[in-house]
Design a protein around this ligand. Structure first.
Ligand code: SAM
Ligand code: 2KA
Ligand code: SF4
Ligand code: MG
Length: 247
């Protein structure tokens, strides 16, 4: 089998600016290319097929992550789940003891990826003296969390959302609504209620940076009694200049 090579446009250590682990140290690996084109994308440069990228194998990436001695790793992009072999990389990062977070755009079948990761873990553990490989694989899988956006009308990408993903959420996963307008907030609430999202996983609202006042989101949450969801601003855009790469 040919060795899988990934196009990595940047990898860096920082604090996670988004999601359940916001504020914690994390290593970020950003892959080139995306299957969507959101109106507000803050990493459009990474989606360019000609963006400068390091060619890295699974073991190159695992080594780069291990070298920094930080427990959390976030795979992002671009879109990490369109990268061939991503399941193998995720499995090896789990085996190396990391908490692995995937930032994904909501158009890809997360269950299929999770099943492929599980298969990789099972294969990797075969031959090891482990009494119950099944339990060990499930323990490793608990350190994998998917943060899936639901792209709203303001992104122009809503038609690509894979609603079936909402039947395959785990309690450690997140559904994130990046909102541009009141219309987006109303649609997000409809989806949250329809799929009972706050009962299944973490739910976040995040403003498209500079496009909607955070207080508008908070008022909407209060007016509609949206318990169990959280508002979140992208921390790194306050700590550093909002356009800065590598942070
Ligand atoms: C750049 S994307 C990469 C991962 C994946 N393609 C996705 O969309 O989830 C990472 C996260 O940044 C969010 N994001 C992108 N541009 C943003 C902006 N201008 N303001 C707020 N969040 C933004 C996305 O919605 C997503 O949740
Ligand atoms: N500090 C920091 N935290 C992040 N969390 C998610 C990010 C992303 O671009 O996916 C990101 C990012 O680019 N920087
Ligand atoms: S899916 Fe993510 S990376 Fe792709 S365009 Fe949208 S925000 Fe940017
Ligand atoms: Mg970002």
């Amino acid at each position: 089998m040919s060795k899988q090579i990934f196009n990595v446009v940047e990898h860096f250590a920082s604090i996670n600016g988004e999601g359940v682990r916001a504020g914690e140290l994390a290593v970020f690996v950003r892959f080139r290319g995306c299957n969507l084109d959101c109106s507000y994308c803050d990493t459009r440069w990474a989606n360019d097929v000609n963006a400068k990228a390091a060619k890295m194998s699974v073991s190159d990436i695992v080594k780069a992550v291990e070298d920094v001695k930080i427990d959390n790793v976030t795979l992002t992009g671009g879109e990490p789940l369109i990268q061939a072999g991503i399941d193998k990389l995720i499995a090896q990062l789990l085996i190396s003891g990391r908490n692995v977070e995937i930032e994904t755009n909501g158009s890809i079948d997360i269950n299929k990826v999770r099943e492929n990761v599980k298969d990789n873990l099972t294969t990797a553990m075969n031959g090891q003296v482990i009494n119950d490989i099944y339990d060990k694989v499930n323990d490793e899988m608990e350190r994998l969390s998917m943060t899936a956006d639901y792209k709203l009308a303001g992104s122009n990408m809503e038609q690509y959302m894979k609603l079936d993903n909402f039947n395959n959420l785990q309690s450690q996963d997140t559904v994130k609504f990046v909102v541009s307008s009141e219309e987006d907030l109303k649609r997000a609430l409809e989806i949250i209620r329809q799929y009972n999202l706050t009962e299944k996983c973490y739910v976040y609202f995040s403003p498209v940076f500079g496009k909607i006042e955070p207080v508008t989101i908070v008022d909407f949450m209060k007016d509609n009694l949206i318990n169990g969801a959280r508002v979140q601003l992208q921390l790194h855009k306050f700590i550093w200049s909002p356009d800065k790469k590598g942070v």
